[in-house]
Design a protein around this ligand. Structure first.
Ligand SMILES: C[S@@+](CC[C@H](N)C(=O)[O-])C[C@H]1O[C@@H](n2cnc3c(N)ncnc32)[C@H](O)[C@@H]1O
Length: 305
């Protein structure tokens, strides 16, 4: 069997240049039952940690050094915060490089907000992080032009249509200060169902129930060409796009504000990786490499390139 890295090096160009793809299969929009939210929370405390680490690392790089308008604290706004595990990791890690940061998360699901509140309280971070029930495609859950960094991970693939993604990106832009940063990351849907299976075969956990959910999430994600249209229509200035390499599994959409830390934090500042996640260990180092390249290039790839 071909090694997965070589396989995806060969497929990468096809995935990124393909204008046709099998039809997107949207998932249920909101995780609103107690059992779904508990299962997601459990996964968040185990198998998702490597992705949270990568996201947190990029978020630290994009975090402005000082709050806008000489306010006393930076504000990070998280769109679709789920059970709050990402917010907790960002608060713990960013707290080591800047003590004065506040976090505000939003989620449409009441059970998610309840679990997030429990998690935040057990992490003793309730003075730093608040969460509220809100539709992050419509509701201004922080004041306009007040967030120094707006973030969103794994949320857009749950939306019914691309127009909701455009709404959320515009809202992220409106709620973020003019010199602030934006970071959005989600899966990219491969062009064929065969490739979806290959991605899950190489990167999945091997646990049938988890891999089934993973397949559904990939099928519900937007393809690279759909993302191009979404970003053209959202018309946000200075937005840059990067795709993880060599496996084009995630799209990273970001705007780098003025006065960002541009600091690639040391892995020792992050919580440890779970044991036995050999793929994810590899994946994490690949993305770290990508992040370094991104900083050297001073900002990924413009869409028009
Ligand atoms: C896959 S989870 C990701 C949660 C979190 N960002 C993470 O990375 O763990 C997606 C979350 O988006 C929430 N969501 C979906 N549509 C939303 C909307 N319109 N407004 C707010 N939250 C939404 C869901 O309820 C769910 O908690």
């Amino acid at each position: 069997m071909m090694n997965p890295i070589d396989f995806f090096k060969i497929q990468r160009r096809f995935i990124l240049n393909s204008t046709k793809s099998f039809r997107r299969v949207p998932e249920k929009t909101v995780m609103d039952t107690e059992s779904e939210t508990r299962a997601y929370n459990l996964a968040g405390s185990l198998s998702m940690i490597p992705v949270y680490r990568v996201f947190t690392k990029i978020a630290c790089y994009l975090l402005p050094e000082r709050p806008h308008n000489n306010l006393s604290e930076l504000l990070v706004a998280d769109f679709g915060s789920g059970p709050g595990n990402l917010l907790i990791m960002m608060a713990r890690t960013m707290g080591k490089i800047n003590k004065k940061i506040r976090f505000l998360g939003s989620d449409l699901s009441k059970p998610m907000i309840d679990i997030a509140s429990e998690n935040i309280a057990s992490a003793n971070l309730d003075t730093k992080i608040s969460v509220l029930k809100a539709d992050c495609t419509k509701i201004e859950f922080v004041k306009r032009n007040s967030a120094d960094l707006s973030t969103s991970l794994w949320v857009t693939h749950q939306f019914r249509s691309a127009s909701h993604v455009i709404d959320m990106i515009r809202l992220m832009n409106n709620l973020t200060t003019i010199n602030g940063s934006i970071l959005l990351m989600d899966f990219v849907r491969p062009p064929t169902e065969e490739l979806v299976k290959m991605v899950v075969k190489y990167t999945g956990s091997g646990i049938p129930e988890n891999d089934k959910n993973y397949i559904n999430s990939l099928k519900a994600s937007f393809s690279f060409s759909e993302w191009n249209v979404i970003l053209e229509q959202a018309r946000i200035r200075d937005v840059k796009v990067a795709i993880t390499s060599p496996i084009p599994l995630f799209i990273v959409i970001y705007r780098m504000g003025e006065n960002t830390c541009k600091r690639i934090i040391n892995n020792s500042l992050l919580p440890p990786l779970p044991e036995n996640f050999t793929f994810w260990n590899r994946f994490n180092s690949m993305i770290t490499q990508f992040l370094i390249e991104m900083s050297l290039r001073n900002g990924g790839f413009f869409l028009s390139e």
